[in-house]
Design a protein around this ligand. Structure first.
Ligand code: BGC
Length: 823
C-alpha cells in the first residue's frame, strides 16, 4: 500500500517536475535540462541547423519560439530601412568606450524594434593589411583596443535583451578565397594578436554567441577546429553560449559536431539527420555531444528571457531619432584629421567651396552583409551646405567613367572576319563549365546584372557558369582598356593568353588590363564566368576612356577651397573579395587635377583603411579620413570642416607609405597558391613592427590631428609592488578650441628575457577638455598589462622586472615616461 502511494505520488509529481522549463522562477540550468529531456533525438538534430536563412527554428509543442537574427555590425540590416551607423573601424577610431556602449544600446533598441533576438555583431578580426575587404567592419590592428571597444559594444547590445555575436572566430584577416585559405601561425601569435579581442568579448563582455569564420586556422576549418572552439573557447575561457557557423561555412557535419560547432547557419546542410544519425549509431559521436549543443542554445534562450517574453516587431518601422543621434556622435568622434596645412577649419572668409568627386553626393558605405539602407542620410555635399550657410557651394557631379557604360558599345564581333556585332554565349548549370552547355545563344554584348532568376533556359538564379567567345576588332589603333566586372568569379583570355583572373566568390568587382591593338585586326577573346549565390553580374567592355575633369578643374579654379570626396563604396569594398591598395581608377588623377587647379584642396577619403596616398598627399592641404561615416556622416564632416566640431578621431591602424612597407607584404598571399597564408611576421603587426624597424609609416597607429593642442604633465606611478599599478597624469588643453584628446598608455618591459614587442597598448582614455581646461587622468593597470603568452607554460604570465610606462598622443608621439618594478 505504501509503495503504491509512493508510486502514485511520484507519477503525480513527474509532469510538474518535467515542466520546470515553464517555471520562470526555476534556475536557467533546471529549465534547460528539463526542456532538453522533452526533446526527441530527431528534434535535437534538427534544432542545431538554422532555418529560413536567419532563424533558429521554433518547437511549438515545447513553447520554444523561433529565434530571429539580423546582421550587424553597423546597423540591423535584414528587415528594411534602419539606422546606418558608421563603419566599425570609425567606431574604433573614436577610442571612446562610452560611445561604443551607446552604439550597442542603440543597436539593441533597433533590434528590439524589429523583433530580433540575436545581432550578428560585433566583428573584431585584426587589421593585418589594408586590402582586406572587411577591415571596415572590424576595429583595427590592436587587440587591446579592439577588445575594449567590443566589450563596451556588447554590454550595450546585451543590456537591451539582445544577444551579441562576436565574429569571425578566428584569424579571418583577408577576404580573398576566404573559404579555402588557412591562416597559419604559431600559438603565441594566435594568443597575443588574433585572439585577445575574442577573449575579452567572452570573459569581460559575457557575449552570448560566437560566430566561426569561413577560413581554416593551421589547416583546420574554424567550424571544426577543436583547438579553437573546444580547448580555448569552451574549456579555457569557459564560454557557455552558442558557437554558430558563418553562413555556409560548415564543411563536414560530424567533424563540426565534434569540433565544437553548436549551430550550423543558415541551415543544417551538414549537421543534419542524414550525417549525424549514422555517426550516433556507430558511436563516432554521442547523444551527450548533441545535448551540450542544445543546452547552449536553450541556456541563451532562457537567460535572455526569449522563452518567456515574445519579441515582436514594431509596425510600421520608423526612423529612430535616438539611434540617429548616436550615429552622429560616432561620426563626429571617429573621423580622423590626417593632414592640415593651415587650411582647416575653413575660415569665414571662404566664400566659394567647390565640392567634387564620386562620393560627395551619396551615403558611402562598405558592402556585403553589413550594408544597411537608412531611412534618410546626409551626404557630404548636404552637410557642407548646412555647415557653411554663408558660402557658395558649387557641386561638380561625378565625372569618373564607369565601365558598364561602355559595355554595350564595345567592338565585339561573333567570329574572325565577321561583320556581325555580338558574342557567342554558352551557359552551364554547374559552376565549373562542365559537360554540355544547357543553352547556347548569341548576345549583342556582355552586360548582365541578375537579381534573381536569369531568365536563361535551364539556368536558375545560382550555381551556374558561362563562357562567352568572339573577337575584338577596333577601327583605330591604340591602347584600349579591357574591363571585366563580375560577381562571382571571372577570367578573360585574349588570343589564348589569360589577361584577367578573379576566380573566386566575391561581390561585383572590376578588373582591367590595358592592351595595345592594331586597327582592323581580329583579337579572339574568351570570357569565363561563374555565379555561386546572391547577386550575379558579368560585364565586359573594351574602350578608350574619355576622362574629362574640365568641369571639376574649372570649379576648383573659381573656388576659395576645393573639397574632393573620393574612395571606395559598397561594390568596391565589400566582403567576399579584397580591394586594391590604390584608390579606384581615376580617383588619384581627379585629386591631382583639382589640387593643381586650386592649392587649397582638402581630400575627404572613404575606405576601411589605408590607401596609396603617394600620388597626391604632397599636393593637398588637408586630409580627413572619413572611413564610412554612416547616415549622419555628411553633417559631422561639415561640422569638422568648419570648426563647429573639433576632430578627435585617432587611427586604429598604422597607415603605411607604400604597401611594400607593410610587415605582411611578403606573405599576405599564400606562397605558390597552396592556400596556406603564413603569418610569418608573427607579433610584428602594425606599430609593433614600425616601432623597431627603419621603415616608418606615413601616419602611425593612434595618430590624429586636432584644432587645439594638449600638454601632458605630472605623471605619477604607484604600485602594490606586484602587478597592480596606478598611474596618474594631467592633460591641459593649451590651444584655441575645445577638444577631446585620446591619451594612450603603452607598456614595455626593459631587458625582457624573451623577445617582446617594443611596446604595447595597455590602456587608453578619451578626455574632453574645454579651452585652457586641465584634467587629471587615472589609469589602473593589472597583470594583463605585463603578461605575454608563455609557450612552455601554455598560459599568459609575466617576468618580474622593470617596465616602462609610456603615455602618448599616438604610438609615435610619447609625451610622458616612467618606470615601475613588477615583482
Ligand atoms: C558574413 C557574416 C554574416 C552572414 C549573414 C556572411 O557572409 O560573413 O558576417 O553575419 O553572412 O549575413
Amino acid at each position: 500500500m505504501r509503495n503504491r502511494l509512493l508510486i502514485a505520488a511520484v507519477l503525480l509529481y513527474l509532469p510538474v517536475f518535467s515542466q520546470t522549463y515553464k517555471d520562470k522562477k526555476a534556475t536557467v540550468e533546471d529549465r534547460v535540462n528539463t526542456l532538453l529531456k522533452e526533446m526527441t533525438l530527431e528534434e535535437k538534430i534538427d534544432y542545431i541547423g538554422g532555418y529560413n536563412d536567419f532563424y533558429i527554428r521554433p518547437i511549438e509543442r515545447l513553447g520554444l519560439p523561433q529565434i530571429k537574427m539580423t546582421d550587424g555590425p553597423v546597423g540591423t540590416r535584414n528587415y528594411g530601412n534602419t539606422t546606418a551607423y558608421p563603419a566599425s573601424i570609425l567606431s574604433a577610431a573614436t577610442w571612446d568606450t562610452a560611445l561604443a556602449k551607446r552604439l550597442g544600446e542603440a543597436l539593441g533598441n533597433d533590434a528590439r524594434e524589429r523583433g530580433v533576438h540575436i545581432l550578428l555583431a560585433p566583428g573584431v578580426n585584426i587589421y593585418r593589411a589594408p586590402m582586406n575587404g572587411r577591415n571596415f567592419e572590424y576595429m583595427g590592428e590592436d587587440p587591446y583596443l579592439a577588445g575594449e571597444m567590443a566589450v563596451a559594444y556588447i554590454n550595450g547590445v546585451q543590456s537591451k535583451g539582445v544577444v551579441a555575436t562576436i565574429k569571425h572566430f578566428a584569424a579571418n584577416n583577408q577576404e580573398w578565397d576566404r573559404n579555402n585559405v588557412s591562416s597559419d601561425m604559431d600559438e603565441r601569435t594566435l594568443r597575443e594578436i588574433y585572439l585577445p579581442a575574442f577573449k575579452a568579448a567572452v570573459t569581460k563582455g559575457h557575449v552570448a554567441a560566437v560566430m566561426d569564420s569561413y577560413n581554416l586556422i593551421n589547416g583546420e576549418h574554424a567550424t571544426q577546429n577543436n583547438h579553437l572552439n573546444n580547448d580555448i573557447l569552451k574549456n579555457e575561457w569557459k564560454f557557455d553560449g552558442i558557437v554558430m557557423s558563418d553562413w555556409v561555412a560548415t564543411y563536414d557535419g560530424v567533424a563540426a559536431a565534434k569540433g565544437g560547432l553548436d549551430l550550423e547557419m543558415p541551415n543544417g546542410a551538414f549537421m543534419n539527420r542524414k550525417n549525424l544519425m549514422p555517426a550516433l549509431q556507430n558511436e563516432t559521436i554521442t547523444e551527450e555531444l548533441i545535448n551540450d549543443k542544445i543546452r547552449r542554445i536553450l541556456r541563451v534562450i532562457f537567460r535572455f528571457g526569449f522563452y518567456d517574453t515574445p519579441y515582436e516587431a514594431v509596425s510600421p518601422l520608423k526612423a529612430n531619432t535616438q539611434s540617429e543621434a548616436v550615429a552622429l556622435d560616432l561620426a563626429r568622434g571617429g573621423v580622423v584629421l590626417l593632414k592640415n596645412d593651415n587650411i582647416l577649419p575653413l575660415q569665414n572668409k571662404v566664400k566659394t567651396i567647390a565640392v567634387i568627386g564620386p562620393n560627395a553626393d551619396l551615403n558611402p558605405a562598405g558592402g556585403g552583409s553589413s550594408f544597411t539602407e537608412p531611412f534618410h542620410y546626409t551626404s557630404l555635399l548636404k552637410g557642407i551646405k548646412a555647415a557653411a550657410p554663408g558660402a557658395k557651394v558649387v557641386y561638380v557631379p561625378n565625372s569618373i567613367p564607369q565601365m558598364e557604360n561602355y559595355a554595350d558599345n564595345s567592338p565585339l564581333y561573333l567570329d574572325k572576319g565577321s561583320k556581325t556585332k555580338g558574342v557567342k554565349a554558352s551557359y552551364f548549370n554547374n559552376m565549373d563549365l562542365e559537360g554540355d552547355a544547357v543553352t547556347q545563344q548569341t548576345e549583342k554584348s556582355i552586360n548582365h546584372t541578375w537579381g534573381g532568376e536569369t531568365g536563361i533556359k535551364g539556368i536558375g538564379a545560382d550555381n551556374f557558369s558561362a563562357r562567352y567567345t568572339g573577337v575584338v576588332r577596333v577601327e583605330k589603333a591604340g591602347t584600349y582598356k579591357f574591363s571585366v566586372k563580375g560577381d562571382d568569379g571571372f577570367r578573360l583570355f585574349v588570343d589564348g593568353e589569360k589577361v584577367i583572373e578573379m576566380w573566386g566568390d566575391h561581390a561585383a568587382v572590376v578588373q582591367s588590363k590595358d592592351i595595345t591593338l592594331k586597327a582592323g585586326k581580329d583579337y579572339s577573346f574568351k570570357l569565363e564566368y561563374y555565379e555561386h549565390g546572391g547577386g550575379a553580374q558579368i560585364s565586359f567592355a573594351v574602350y578608350q576612356d574619355n576622362v574629362d575633369f574640365s568641369e571639376a578643374v574649372k570649379a576648383a579654379k573659381a573656388a576659395d577651397v576645393a573639397i574632393v570626396s573620393v574612395g571606395y563604396n559598397g561594390s568596391s569594398e565589400s566582403e567576399g573579395s579584397d580591394r586594391t591598395f590604390k584608390l579606384p581608377e581615376y580617383h588619384d588623377q581627379l585629386i591631382s587635377a583639382v589640387a593643381k587647379a586650386n592649392a587649397n584642396t582638402v581630400v575627404v577619403l572613404n575606405s576601411g583603411g589605408n590607401v596609396d596616398m603617394q600620388p597626391w598627399l604632397g599636393n593637398i592641404k588637408g586630409l580627413l579620413h572619413a572611413w564610412y561615416p554612416g547616415q549622419e556622416g555628411g553633417t559631422a564632416i561639415g561640422e569638422i570642416l568648419t570648426g563647429k566640431v573639433n576632430p578627435s578621431g585617432k587611427l586604429p591602424a598604422s597607415f603605411e607609405k607604400k604597401w611594400e612597407d607593410n610587415p605582411t607584404f611578403n606573405n599576405y598571399y599564400d606562397a605558390d597558391g597552396d592556400k596556406h597564408v603564413l603569418y610569418k611576421e608573427g607579433l610584428d603587426i602594425g606599430y609593433r613592427y614600425y616601432d623597431h624597424s627603419d621603415v616608418k609609416p606615413q601616419f602611425p597607429f593612434g595618430f590624429g590631428l586636432s584644432y587645439t593642442t594638449f600638454d601632458y604633465t605630472d605623471m605619477a606611478i604607484t604600485s602594490n609592488g606586484k602587478t597592480d599599478v596606478n598611474l596618474t597624469f594631467s592633460i591641459e588643453n593649451s590651444g584655441d578650441y575645445d577638444g577631446a584628446e585620446v591619451a594612450q598608455v603603452y607598456v614595455r618591459q626593459v631587458n625582457s628575457p624573451v623577445a617582446r614587442p617594443v611596446k604595447e597598448l595597455k590602456a587608453f582614455t578619451k578626455v574632453m577638455l574645454k579651452k585652457d581646461e586641465s584634467k587629471t587622468v587615472t589609469v589602473q593597470l593589472d597583470k594583463d598589462a605585463f603578461s605575454y603568452w608563455k609557450d612552455d607554460k601554455k598560459a599568459f604570465g609575466y617576468d618580474a622586472g622593470t617596465f616602462e610606462i609610456l603615455v602618448g598622443s599616438s604610438s609615435a608621439d610619447i609625451k610622458l615616461k616612467g618606470t615601475v618594478t613588477v615583482k
